[in-house]
Design a protein around this ligand. Structure first.
Ligand code: UT7
Length: 342
């Protein structure tokens, strides 16, 4: 049975920087101090109108493929994790497949494209699927992408400030490849608790209703703000995030007989700096082993971990031979962890 390792990492964030003060200028009654103190976020990126989630994913995917020494035609599957897909259906995976040029030329390669709908844990759910397929021999190279365009679908007003001050746009990607070397993804662990589905959700419609979106006298769909934008019980999410991230990280350590002290770097989902500091404190993890970039990008949901990995590799911080742990928690509730020998 081959091992599955991460052969390439890539990321892309749109160039437009939106600082906390920019949010105020856009009409949000907040202060930069409030946001920094509660979340650690100083700025996030917003994509321009006309740019979709699959567009952000293209440069991230190309970057990861190039670093893996592969082309899109080497891929056996695309896994696309997002909660902000370009459209309700089809998923963004097929759009990315087409934009990577896989349907063109004399020998098109119509690789499968799977969308993952697991929000902040989406990347680790995708990594779980990719690793399983590579280890089983069903695939040699799987592209796993996490990408989000939050800026179009958050309530950038005082009403929506609890949510809108957190989220940003971006994309991260990895290629998971087969190897006979003794390295790679040692395990991935997933969890979910659907009792809390409505603690962090964006409903948009109610499919039980006829029609599923209320219509006005002209038959035009009308979506209430409470359905149009994400709703979050921040305190409940915070409490469960700390608990489940600690649990998922310990699970990864126990299952691989790893003392947390043996882990070289920890890649936590970037939802809130305070959540991550709590988790690190509970598990006595040294600050210099926990990687952050939430200050610059905010919460990019499924994209946070692959962006962190790509940046850490570029900076020379993440090196071959290191043991790294990843953990995420988010809407669903869902969570996941992974232990990887880089
Ligand atoms: O990716 C996973 C998903 N998300 C998370 O992990 C987020 C988890 N939760 C959190 O990070 C925190 O709950 C938040 C940062 C979102 C909020 O912090 P909090 O300390 O839990 O604040 P709160 O929601 O309890 O609100 C406290 C006050 C409220 O005012 P009142 O009712 O006490 O007058 C809010 O209206 O803070 C107010 N508030 C703000 N004030 C200024 C909420 N957002 C803002 C804001 N600026 N941006």
């Amino acid at each position: 049975m081959p091992n599955a390792y991460i052969s390439g990492t890539g990321f892309y964030v749109p160039p437009r920087v939106v600082t906390n003060d920019d949010l105020i200028a856009m009409g949000v009654d907040t202060t930069s101090e409030w946001i920094v103190q509660r979340t650690g976020i100083e700025a996030r990126r917003y994509a321009d109108e006309g740019v979709g989630t699959s567009d952000l994913a293209v440069p991230a995917a190309r970057d990861a493929l190039e670093r893996a020494g592969l082309t899109a035609r080497d891929l056996d599957l695309i896994v696309f994790a997002t909660l902000s897909p370009d459209m309700a259906f089809p998923g963004s995976g097929v759009l990315l497949q087409q934009k990577l040029g896989l349907c063109e030329g004399p020998e098109p390669k119509f690789v499968g494209a799977l969308d993952v709908r697991n929000q902040c844990s989406g990347f680790l759910y995708g990594l779980h699927v990719a690793t399983g397929l590579v280890k089983s021999g069903s695939a040699r190279h799987v592209l796993v992408v996490g990408a989000e365009t939050h800026s179009a679908a958050i309530d950038i007003s005082t009403r929506g400030r609890t949510v809108s001050s957190l989220f940003g746009d971006g994309a991260g990607a990895v290629v998971v490849s087969a190897t006979d070397e003794d390295r790679g993804v040692r395990g991935t662990w997933l969890g979910a608790d659907g009792r809390y589905a409505e603690m962090l959700c964006q409903k948009v419609w109610d499919i039980r209703k006829r029609p599923f979106i209320p219509v006005d006298a002209n038959g035009v769909g009308q979506v209430e703000a409470s359905h149009m934008y994400a709703q979050m019980d921040g305190r409940t999410v915070f409490k469960h995030a700390v608990e489940k991230m600690c649990m998922a990280l310990m699970q990864a350590c126990w299952a691989t007989s790893t003392d947390p002290k043996e882990v070289d770097l920890f890649f936590f989902h970037q939802a809130n700096m305070r959540i991550n500091q709590y988790v690190a404190k509970q598990l006595s993890l040294p600050d210099d082993k926990v990687v952050h970039n939430i200050q610059r990008y905010g919460n990019t949901t499924a994209a946070t971990i692959p962006i962190l990995l790509a940046e850490a590799e570029r900076e020379g911080r993440l090196k071959r031979g290191m043991r790294v742990a990843m953990v995420a928690f988010g809407s669903g509730f869902t969570w996941g962890s992974a232990m990887v020998d880089w």
